[in-house]
Structures are given as C-alpha cells and as structure tokens.
Write a protein that binds this ligand. Structure first.
Ligand code: PLP
Length: 478
C-alpha cells in the first residue's frame, strides 16, 4: 500500500486530539549515539491515535462481524458448531501453550497426543494416526501420497483415482496435487454412487481406488458403503474416507468398520476448534495397520504396550509439516473428548442428525428438497419452487437482514441453486424454530414483495456487493 492510501485508510494520521502523555524527556546530543544509523528510518507512519478511539474502532468492527458466538451459523459442510469455552481455557494453560517442541521435557505433550490417538482410533475404527496435517485438504494430500507410495513399493503403476461427483471440492484438487488423474462418477437419483458405474471404473488397470465423502455433500449416507469398499478392494484398490463431516457418525458408526484404509478428520470442525478465520486447524490422518509404515515422519505409532514415538520409517512419505502438528488444536480435541465421554459423543451424533431432519421437514413445506429422504447432519434445498424469479442468492442476502448467517449456497454443484443447511447439535429447539420462521417468512416475502428480497440486505453496513468486482478490485478504504 502506498503512503497516500494508508493515510486515507488508517485512522489517526494528522488528526489533532487530546494526548495527556508527556513528551519524551530523554536528553541526547545526537540521535546516532542512541540508535545506530542503520536502524533509523526517515519516516515511520505510526498512527497517532488516542486509546479511546482505537478501542471504539476495533469494538465497532467486531460488532459488524458474525460468528457462532453471535448466532446460528448453518453453513453446510462446515460444521460451524459452538465450541465450549473451557477447551479454549485449557489450550491456553501455560503448561501447554508455552511448551517449545524442541525442549526435552515434553513427555506430557507426547502423552496427550498418544491418548488422543487412542481415543480417535476407538472413535473411527482405525489403528494409528498422524497429526501433522494442518487442515482437511492437507490430510487428503497426506493420505493420497501414502496411497501412491503404497503402490510404488509394490511396483504397481496406479495413477488414477475415483472421486464421486458428490464429494467435497477439495477431494479432486488434493488427488490432482498428489499426482493422480481423476475419474468422476455421477450420483444416481438417490444421490448415491451407482454400483455398476463403480465396477466399470475399477476395471482400469491404473485405478488406485476411491476417495469418498460419507455422508456425502448432499448430507446423505451411502447405504451401499460396505459393498462399495468391498468392490474396490476386490479390484485391488484402496479406500480413502473424507471424514471432515464425521459429526453425525460420532458414536454410531465408524469408517474403519465400513472398510476404509485411510481417513482424515477435521478437528477444527468436529472436535472443538473454532474455524473460519484461517486457522490453525488440524486434519489428522488415520490408517489401518498395514499403512502405518507410510505415515509421515515423525509420528506416534501403536505397539504392544500402547503407542510409541517413531522418529523414522523407511517407507514413510516423509515430513509434511513441522514437528507433530498444531498442538493447541490437539489439546482442545482431547479436552472435548474427555468431557463428552462415549455417551456424550454419541449424543452429539444423534442430535446433529435430529436437528437437521427437524429443519428439513419444516422447510420442505415451502422449499424444494431434491432428495426427499432422511438426511444426516445436513441437507440440501434448491431454488426450484421460489416465486417471482427469486434466486438462492436473494434468499441468502435476505436472511442476513434477520440477523442470521446464510447457509452454504450453490454447493454442491449437482443441485442447481443449492442451499446447504447444517444446523449442528449445539442449536436449541428455539433457535431452530427461529430459523424456520425466518425462512418461511422470507418465502412469503418472495411471493408478496419480491423487490424487498432482490435488494437485500437492507440492515448491513454494506449492501449487495458485486462479488466478482469485490474479489478482483477490492476497495479497502472508505
Ligand atoms: C471442510 C471439508 C474439507 C476441507 O477441510 P479444510 O480444513 O478446509 O481443508 C474436506 N472435505 C469435506 C467433506 C469438508 O467438509
């Protein structure tokens, strides 16, 4: 930014104000005696602004934003649930937060990772975990590099992978990054993978296996999941499970039992780390026994007495992040799991599904639901029945006027004008009812006063943006 635009953007330059702090009274002959010439600058644009103005500035900004702590955040595929504050307190305890990964006395930290590993193995049915990946997509890349390495050690050339149309967008992207070509499979009318197409795709010699999101991005459970993994294995392929949306499965079913070889989780969705602000996150990758040699170095691996620290393994894909991962996120996950226990975890799964189905049934009275069946933790509506050419985007803008964050829109791509709604288990019935009332009211407005919706939002500091222009030519000052 050049200095002119800084002057416009920043507060405090050239504004006279009351400053009660006395001027500096250090006496010196020559400034060079105090500060070496190399450290001096000709001009330094430090804002000259009183404390009260800066406090008001940031508090006002914070009140213009929206988060899970402000209200319901039904952003499908993102699991924006409330994260208990106690886990924040625990992660900030100096014994955790002030640890340095290179200090020798960090056995407590290693023990925490080992214990977390054990619990996640129980929850998912896997045999070992790496915590290095910093996000879900990073976990996918890690898992796919392991699949690649696995076939390389067997001298098999498998460079293609099946990614169903209903998978999360990061799946094909990660597969591509890992050097695979993508075989896309269309979903059938129930939103699931057609078995005949799967068999057909697996017939290729170079197919390494499948990457599957379950529940898929339609919020639907793949009912043939065991057949799917069996078919892929019968053809000599491997099964990768995208477990970023594990919430509805918690305590009810496990990817390991479904037949998956390698999975990733999103601790920053399911296990109590807030997200949406850019991190830090954690996308641990879990594997069945035979893939443990391929886990990144270093890692914590199971042995006869429990788990042990492994510095190096010949077949490892190598290091994909510094040290053992984002430790603070692991502390939150561990505290969360201990507090919930097995029963609490199951209840999280059950209520997340119940809440989503409650909303789906209520909203279906007016909105079109393309897949009319029991959903998991989220469901998809479309713009099909909307009156007066009202679009999904119009609904998303209008809902902001009612103080609610919009659902995920225009995703998944297989539903035209999709609205993907995930209430999560932490919303009360009153909050869900409020959401339903607002959505039905907006439907009514769409019929009776479409202009009101087309020009929404009305109550926000910034009205409807030209999204393309805003991304390409952002104006960052007023
Ligand atoms: C969020 C999500 C991802 C990606 O996770 P990031 O941490 O954002 O990289 C992958 N798959 C699914 C199903 C997701 O919901």
């Amino acid at each position: 930014m050049d200095s002119d635009s800084r002057l416009i953007f920043e507060k405090g330059y050239n504004h006279p104000h009351n400053n009660f702090i006395p001027k500096m009274d250090i006496e010196y002959e020559n400034i060079d005696d105090l500060i070496p010439k190399t450290l001096q600058r000709e001009d330094l644009l430090i804002p000259d602004i009183p404390e009260i103005e800066i406090v008001r500035h940031f508090l006002n900004l914070s009140q213009k934003t929206y988060g899970v702590d402000t209200g319901i955040y039904p952003l499908g595929s993102c699991t924006m649930k409330y994260n208990p504050k106690i886990n924040e307190v625990i992660a900030r305890l100096p014994d955790f937060s002030k640890l340095h990964p290179l200090q020798e006395e960090n056995l407590g930290a290693l023990e925490l990772i080992i214990e977390l590993s054990k619990i996640l193995c129980q929850v998912t049915g896997m045999d070992g975990f790496t915590f290095q990946p910093a996000a879900g997509a990073h976990g996918e890349l890690t898992g796919l590099l392991m699949i690649k390495k696995y076939f390389e050690t067997m001298n098999l050339k498998k460079n293609a992978i099946i990614v169903p149309e209903s998978s999360h967008g990061t799946n094909p992207a990660s597969a591509k990054m890992a050097g695979f070509s993508i075989i896309k499979i269309r979903s059938n009318k129930d939103g699931e993978i057609p078995i005949d197409l799967l068999k057909y795709a697996m017939e290729g010699d170079n197919v390494a296996g499948i990457m599957l999101t379950n529940p898929n991005t339609l919020g639907l459970f793949e009912r043939n999941i065991k057949d799917i993994t069996k078919i892929v294995h019968d053809y000599g392929g491997l099964c990768y499970y995208d477990g970023a949306n594990l919430n509805p499965m918690l305590g009810i079913c496990r990817p390991g039992d479904m037949g998956f070889d390698i999975i990733h989780l999103n601790l920053h969705k399911t296990f109590s780390t807030p997200h949406g602000g850019g991190g830090p996150g954690s996308g641990p990758v879990g594997v069945k026994k035979e893939f443990i040699p391929f886990l990144p170095n270093p890692c914590i691996i199971p042995n006869n007495n429990g788990f042990q620290y492994r510095e190096y393994s010949e077949n490892s894909i190598g290091r994909i992040k510094s040290f053992l991962g984002n430790f603070g996120v692991l502390v939150r996950a561990y505290a969360y799991l201990l507090a919930l226990g097995a029963q609490g975890l199951r209840r999280v799964g059950e209520i997340s599904v119940l809440n989503a189905n409650y909303l789906q049934v209520q909203l279906q009275k007016k909105y079109h639901a393309p897949y009319n069946r029991t959903c998991q933790h989220e469901f998809v509506l479309s713009d099909k029945n909307l009156p007066n050419d009202i679009t999904t985007e119009d609904i998303a803008k209008r809902i902001i006027d009612y103080g609610i964050y919009a659902p995920t829109i225009y995703f998944p791509l297989i539903v035209s004008g999709a609205m993907m709604i995930e209430p999560t288990e932490t919303e009360s019935k009153a909050s869900l009812d409020n959401f339903v009332n607002v959505m039905l009211k907006i439907y009514e407005e769409a019929r009776s006063n479409p202009e009101l919706i087309k020009n929404a939002p009305h109550n926000t500091p910034i009205k409807r943006l030209d999204a393309v222009l805003a991304a390409r030519k952002p104006i960052l000052h007023d």
